[in-house]
Design a binder for this molecule. Structure first.
Ligand SMILES: Cc1cc2nc3c(=O)[nH]c(=O)nc-3n(C[C@H](O)[C@H](O)[C@H](O)COP(=O)(O)OP(=O)(O)OC[C@H]3O[C@@H](n4cnc5c(N)ncnc54)[C@H](O)[C@@H]3O)c2cc1C
Length: 465
């Protein structure tokens, strides 16, 4: 695809603040198509960006000015189902939820469940090592993939992983998952399926403050209860969700916890009682238990629509993704509040509390360039705050273009150098999704999109020649 209107759809991913028109887009339909496109790019030294559904929130699928986007979104077939061994081979463009739908007749499902699951692709999940609400108990994408077929940056087709969970040799599959399209393009995935749980119970507990809800989460974990999911929404998030979905969250609560327990009926009953008791011990002002699967679905609809619902209360927002030790949730939420106040911006919090995986949503007006800049600064400050509290720059959305400049807050120069060597081993000419993950002086001083002079240029120290 080369027409200007068509290319516009590929200018950015879910991080819409960063935009760049690609040179052209390849709509691949097979491994062979991808390999051909990659080889042609290699022959002419043109960089390329693999892309799935474009729901990424860290600018991972952001093209460079002259790069080719290789979209795997049209590769949506189930290639094989082996229900006895609980495996399915799929093409990367399948939507996450479509994998579970294809497994349903066998009583099976695919556990990673990003809130974007109705659209995001399994290829994107592999590239980002995506998580979701139920990853507290079941783990991330990396725990649910046996093998992948990959077109390497030099155009070779290789298979990483194997039919068992722990194949012999160095764990190249482990290296590949979460590499954000920088080590190759995945064209087939052998996913691990799980048996659907026999019993599921879900509650929503209301608290006067986010700190009390955070204390209840710490209590759960220290009691050794691992629910299938523990999600938190603060007051601003509840208000946006209720306005958009009428999911039944209490608008007057300062924070809400969604707790889900699943497994065998007897164990579920016991764990659910402990969860309820811990919420009450931590001053829950109300607890609502889903009585039917419809009520449960509605609770999840509310939670999973939370990012989209922000549109009801703000013209634009940035989603941040950082991890902190769970025991420091209350402290970090207070600190985020302080940072937001000093930037004179609102931050809504809706996140996977059980994992300590925060998603602060920085609300701003994108028509106001000064406010936009302040919002970007606040978002970066929050990510770096997570590192300062002993956490990480990303839980599940990746580093992409967004957080590359913050990498030195978490890794030493030697760490980064080692990671770059791994990348070079896969991609000696640096053509696969360049300018992502690793900081470069150019990117840390400039922003993609409309030209803005580098500070060194403004000061007259460098020119553009
Ligand atoms: C409303 C909303 C809610 C979200 N909730 C969650 C959540 O709960 N948990 C979570 O983890 N994420 C979440 N996300 C982020 C996003 O959906 C995930 O990161 C998802 O895995 C991206 O998949 P995609 O197909 O859209 O990938 P894209 O955005 O197209 O690409 C993402 C990255 O993967 C690479 N890539 C894509 N396809 C391939 C391929 N075939 N081979 C190699 N590399 C490839 C790209 O180069 C890029 O670096 C959410 C996003 C939105 C908009």
């Amino acid at each position: 695809m080369t027409d200007a209107v068509g290319l516009k759809a590929y200018e950015c991913d879910g991080l819409t603040a960063f935009r760049m028109r690609p040179a052209l887009v390849v709509l691949a339909e097979s491994t062979q198509d991808v390999a051909t496109a990659v080889r042609i790019c290699g022959r002419y030294g043109v960089s390329f960006v693999p892309r799935g559904a474009g729901t990424g929130l860290s600018g991972g699928a952001l093209p460079g000015p002259d790069s080719v986007v290789i979209s795997t979104a049209r590769m949506r077939k189930v290639l094989a189902i082996d229900a006895d061994n609980r495996r399915m081979t799929v093409q990367p463009g399948m939507a996450n939820i479509a994998v579970s739908a294809a497994a349903e007749p066998y009583g099976l499902y695919f556990a990673p469940d990003p809130s974007s699951q109705i659209v995001c692709s399994v290829g994107g999940n592999v590239a980002e090592n995506s998580g979701g609400a139920h990853c507290l108990k079941y783990g991330f994408t990396t725990n649910h993939v046996y093998a992948v077929t990959v077109v390497t940056p030099s155009g070779e087709v290789v298979r990483l992983g194997g039919n068992s969970a722990d194949p012999i040799g160095p764990d190249l599959l482990g290296v590949f998952i979460g590499s954000e399209g920088t080590l190759g393009t995945v064209t087939e995935i052998v996913v691990r399926l799980l048996v659907r749980p026999i019993a599921v119970r879900t509650l929503v507990a209301d608290f006067a403050t986010a700190e009390q809800a955070a204390d209840a989460v710490s209590g759960l974990v220290s009691h050794g209860v691992i629910p299938a999911a523990v999600e938190m929404l603060d007051q601003l998030a509840i208000s946006a969700v209720e306005t958009a979905t009428h999911a039944g969250y209490s608008r007057d609560a300062g924070a809400a916890l969604v707790i889900e327990v699943d497994g065998f009926a007897a164990a579920v009953g016991e764990e659910f009682e402990i969860a309820e008791r811990l919420c009450r011990d931590n001053h829950a002002t109300g607890i609502r238990i889903a009585q039917t699967s419809r009520e449960r679905d509605l609770i999840w609809k509310g939670r999973k629509s939370a990012f989209a619902a922000m549109g009801r209360i703000s013209p634009a927002y940035l989603v941040q993704d950082g991890v902190i030790p769970r025991t420091r949730l209350a402290e970090v939420l207070t600190r985020i509040d302080e940072l937001a106040s000093s930037a004179a911006l609102r931050v809504a919090n809706v996140f996977h509390a059980g994992d300590g995986n925060l998603h602060p949503l920085v609300l701003f007006d994108s028509d106001d360039p000064e406010e936009t800049e302040r919002a970007e600064g606040l978002s970066t400050d929050i990510a770096e705050l997570c590192v300062a509290f002993g956490g990480s720059l990303s839980g599940e959305h990746g580093i992409g273009a967004d957080k590359a400049c913050s990498m030195p807050t978490m890794f030493s120069a030697d760490d980064l150098d080692t990671m770059k060597r791994v990348r070079v081993a896969f991609d000696p000419y640096g053509l696969a999704n360049p300018d992502k993950i690793f900081p470069t002086p150019r990117l840390c001083g400039e922003k993609s999109g409309k030209y803005r002079p580098h500070p060194l240029e403004t000061s007259g120290l460098i020119g553009r020649g």
